[in-house]
Design a protein around this ligand. Sequence first.
Ligand SMILES: Nc1ncnc2c1ncn2[C@@H]1O[C@H](COP(=O)(O)OP(=O)(O)O)[C@@H](O)[C@H]1O
Ligand SMILES: O=P(O)(O)OC[C@H]1O[C@](O)(COP(=O)(O)O)[C@@H](O)[C@@H]1O
Length: 317
Amino acid sequence: MIVTLTPNPSVDRALDLESLAVGEVNRAVAAHEHAGGKGINVSRALVRAGVPSTAVLPAGGADGSRLVALLAELGVPAVPVPVAGDTRSNVTLVERDGTTTKINAPGPGLSAEEVGALLAAVGHQLTTAPRWLVGAGSLPPGAGDDLFVRAARAAGRHRVPVALDTSGAPLAAAVAAGGLALVKPNDDELAELVGRDLVTVDDVVVAGREVLAQGNDAVLVSLGAHGALLVTGDGCWWAGGAPLVPLSTVGAGDSTLAGYLSADGPPAERLRVAVAWGRAAVLLPGSAVPEKSDVDAVIGAVRVVESPDPTLTLKEL
Ligand SMILES: Nc1ncnc2c1ncn2[C@@H]1O[C@H](COP(=O)(O)OP(=O)(O)O)[C@@H](O)[C@H]1O
Ligand SMILES: O=P(O)(O)OC[C@H]1O[C@](O)(COP(=O)(O)O)[C@@H](O)[C@@H]1O
C-alpha cells in the first residue's frame, strides 16, 4: 500500500485548442476532466497499474464532491477530509503543437482544525504500515509551510519512508528538516531550491548532493523532454529518449514518481520505469495516467546511462 497526501487537490479541466489567441475568444476542440493534484495523480497511476494506493485529501464544496466521485469511478480508495472551503479547479490549455499553458488556482484556505484533521487522517493511514507516504503538490493558504514536515515526522515515527514532490517554501522546509527517502523536484524547482540556474548535468548532480547532505536519501529530478536524473549516495543515473510532441504534460511528473515507486530492483531499473511512465503520460490527453500497455509501448526506447557526462547541458540530454 502506498498512501498519498494531497493537501491542495483539484478537479483538473483541460481544453484542447488549435492555437491560443491571448485576449481573444478561443473555441476548444475537446474538453477533459480528471481528478487532479499531484498525490492524487500518483494514486491514480498506481491503482491503474494494480499497485494498491490510498489518497488522503481535503474536500469541500461542489468540486470537492465531484473530485471524490471521480476517484470512486476510478476505484481509487480515498480518505476525503471535509473542509469548509471549495476545492479548486485547475485549468490547462493545450495547443495542437503541444504548447501547454497551466493556470493553477490557489485553493481554499485551511483552518488549523482542518490541517489537524488532515494530519490525523494521514496518521491513521500510517498505522496500516504502508510501503510509502507520498506528500505532493502545493500547500493551500493557511496550511503552513511545514505541513509536509509534520507529515514526514509522523511517518518517521512509524518507520514509513517518505517521498516528496512539492515546490517553493514547503520544499525548502522539508528538505532542510531531512529524513526524506526520495525528493522529486523538476529542474526548475531544484534550481529555485538551491538558488541558482542549473545548466549542465553537473549543476543538477551538485544540487542533488546538496539535498542529500541535509539528511535525505535520493533525488529524482525530472527534466521535461530531456528525461530525468537520479542522484543517490551511491551514484547518479540519467534516463530518457527522443523528445515527444506531448498531448498533455499535465501529470507527467506525477506518473514519473508513481513509476519509480512501483518499480523494484536497482536504481537504474527504477529510473527506467519512472521515465517510461512519464513518457507514456505525455502521450495521453489532460491529466490522464498511463496503463500497462501505454508503458509497454514506450519502455523499449528508454535509454539509461550511469554517471552521465557532467559537462553536457540538460538540453543536450
Ligand atoms: N516533451 C516531452 N518528451 C518526452 N518526454 C517528456 C516530455 N515532457 C515530459 N516528459 C517526460 O515526463 C517526465 C516528467 O516531466 P516534467 O515536465 O519534468 O515533470 P513535472 O510535471 O513534474 O514538471 C520527464 O522526466 C520525461 O520523462
Ligand atoms: O499543487 P500544484 O503545484 O498547484 O499543482 C497541481 C496540479 O499539478 C498536477 O498534479 C499536475 O502535476 P505535474 O504536471 O507536475 O505532474 C495537476 O493534476 C494539478 O492540477
